[in-house]
Design a protein. Sequence first.
Length: 154
Amino acid sequence: MTLPSRANLTSSEDIRARVREAVAAAHDTKAENVRVRHLEPVTSFTDYFVIASGTNERQVQAIANAVEEQLLKMGVRALHVEGYSAAQWVLLDYGDFLVHSLLEERRDYYGLERLWKDAPDVTPDFAPAGSPGQPHPQHDPHPQHEPQDPEEIP
């Protein structure tokens, strides 16, 4: 028996919409330094990591709760949740993407961004406009468009 590949189960647009909702939910709970890594080009176990920091255990849980609630509204349930009770690092596994809600010191210690540095940072593709902790378009080190003439900016 041949199992269908993960890509055949959910369309890439549906996955991107779910990641976008997870990012928005994290921002709604004032998560810090929300980043999205596209893992599909470098591994086959998942497509995206959403990484968000909380300032304390309660906020780490609140971020995880908000993501779960938002995705449940879309009819999407986490396949597995780890670390909720300890609230140092909560992992929500949605198969096509993983959400990491963790304390900043845990994030610094484990260095997910460093470990997965070959996975493109696609945060701007998913970040709500004007999100706290996101690069301002004029200060983005990798702009997607040509900079405007400063005299044309109101």
